[in-house]
Design a protein around this ligand. Sequence first.
Ligand code: AP5
Ligand code: ZN
Length: 214
Amino acid sequence: KRLILVGPPGSGKGTQSPIIKDEYCLCHLATGDMLRAAVAAKTPLGIKAKEAMDKGELVSDDLVVGIIDEAMKKPSCQKGFILDGFPRTVVQAQKLDEMLAKQDAKVDKVLNFAIDDAILEERITGRWIHPSSGRTYHTKFAPSKVPGVDDVTGEPLIQRKDDTAAVLKSRLDAFHKQTEPVIDYYSKKSIVATLHAEKPPKEVTSEVQKVLSS
Ligand code: AP5
Ligand code: ZN
């Protein structure tokens, strides 16, 4: 299956991705994770992306389309993939369709993580991450066994630089202006499934499973 996860910051895309990935053996491509790794490694791509990311704005279409084009060539992504955080503009969606058309492929399903903006600040400001695995915790909703420490490796957890209430406002603004049109783009193709992303994580997982098995 070729799946796209769309939703505002904190809607649960990164939380559900590993579960879907394990169940369907898909490759998980998260442009945000890839960009953060590039920023941390100070690669030319990371240096270009950092300023927009710190402000909560979108990185240019050319940069992200380039990383997705490269990443999708991996053999593990040939049978199917989960795109988490891409496409985020209509231009990106069109480019993705062009890339897939070259392989006689198309997007199968778009999971729309629908949620009210008001819930997101608490989710974002309470999030803690284990950077090397991508495991995500929340001080209230999904606490690690020992505060600030990854359950599996015992390594320290970090908070994302853009996870502040102020930067969240710009990220939400970018979502409503630039990414919501992407949902309309796929609605016209009748492949969007809308989830109740405000529910607890396990209930969201059940909704995802129901959509993917139908
Ligand atoms: P990106 O990393 O994609 O961030 P985002 O879209 O803002 O999404 P988040 O990762 O914040 O949210 P999530 O839905 O994954 O939430 P999570 O599951 O972790 O992008 C970052 C930046 O990179 C962008 O601002 C942009 O600059 C750039 N970028 C990336 N892709 C781009 C593109 N295609 N084009 C241009 N620029 C791009 O959950 C959040 C918290 O809530 C966690 O603590 C979790 O434990 C908790 N939680 C999750 N689900 C639930 C639940 N059901 N109930 C209670 N708590 C929950
Ligand atoms: Zn995420």
